[in-house]
Write a protein that binds this ligand. Sequence first.
Ligand code: NAD
Ligand code: DAU
Length: 332
Amino acid sequence: MSAFLVTGGAGFIGSNFVRHLVEHTDHTVTVLDKLTYAGNRASIDDLPAERVSLVVGDVADAAVVGPLVRDHDVVVHYAAESHNDNSLNDPSPFVQTNLVGTYVLLEAVREHGTRYHHISTDEVYGDLELDDPARFTEETPYNPSSPYSSTKAGSDLLVRAWARSFGVPATISNCSNNYGPYQHVEKFIPRQITNVLDGGRPKLYGAGLNVRDWIHADDHSSAVLRIIEAGRLGETYLIGADGEVDNKTVVEMVLRLCGQPADAYDHVTDRAGHDLRYAIDSTKLRDELGWAPQFGDFEAGLATTIDWYRDHQEWWRPQKSGVEAMYAAQGQ
Ligand code: NAD
Ligand code: DAU
């Protein structure tokens, strides 16, 4: 049994990982989360108190981070500003949390010799053409497009430097787009599901031809746990489930699964600098660590996710009108 410190564990993917640890291991978990607009206590407060506790605090606050890192065996760093659209409106919290926050954590794990796993994104590699047969691998050069992805790329490079220069026992994973329960309604899939549940229409940026490589959040969690258990220190592992789908097809699926006409959506203003396509080749993770995703069927996973949002309206309703007002003000 180990003591895990999970930063950002009240957010979407972090809370799914905490649930995964409770269900599949005997580890204890301390969540360190600032509870920004994206963090929600309700995402973890049903979990057993003897296994999971929450510390409300900032990963960029060395006075909070130091003692917590000292008292835990493993640090898994999910906390971040995570939404591309927000990073276009105000990059400043992205620089502070994603870069300075990672630096503060790295200094603490360096001091205490703590095992560190860094959660990152496929967006650090930039984008691919729609007709390019290539997919991202661990060797693809970094080429981030947005303020969000550039701060994530910078945080990855800090981890690589701290591993090489100071011997910090670290691994990094770069995952593709997650879907599943507890995702904030600002993001693409929950926004469209909750629009339809509200009697409204999905909003597709531009022509909707952009491709994302979808993976269920629980598959992301099992991959991260596998890397922590068996990954080689200093290595990067890409996580993906061969789930490439274009945005228009996702919206049509959501509408069909909700019993609506497949064309009942609106085209809205495109995102500035919108990445065209992401695609992950996760051969290294599969061959070296024997990992495989459990949610192979995207449409079935999407149907379960729609059911979750239908059954948990108390979780998302408080955020919905504010998010839609923000999007409406920018023509989206
Ligand atoms: P999220 O926005 O849902 O959650 C982020 C969490 O971090 C929130 O609980 C928030 O309160 C917390 N947080 C933010 N700033 C903080 C700070 N300064 N100190 C402490 N806590 C802070 O994000 P998510 O979608 O769950 O993403 C989690 C991680 O996974 C991020 O590092 C992101 O880059 C990465 N990632 C996300 C995806 C995806 O599809 N969503 C894919 C690959 C990687
Ligand atoms: O690839 C991993 C990344 O996936 C993570 O690093 C990010 O944290 C996460 O937010 C996600 O980034 P994206 O920008 O791909 O996700 P988002 O949900 O914002 O948008 C997905 C796609 O849908 C993208 O092409 C933009 C489009 N979109 C988004 C919204 C919110 C729409 O067409 N309409 C919308 O209303």
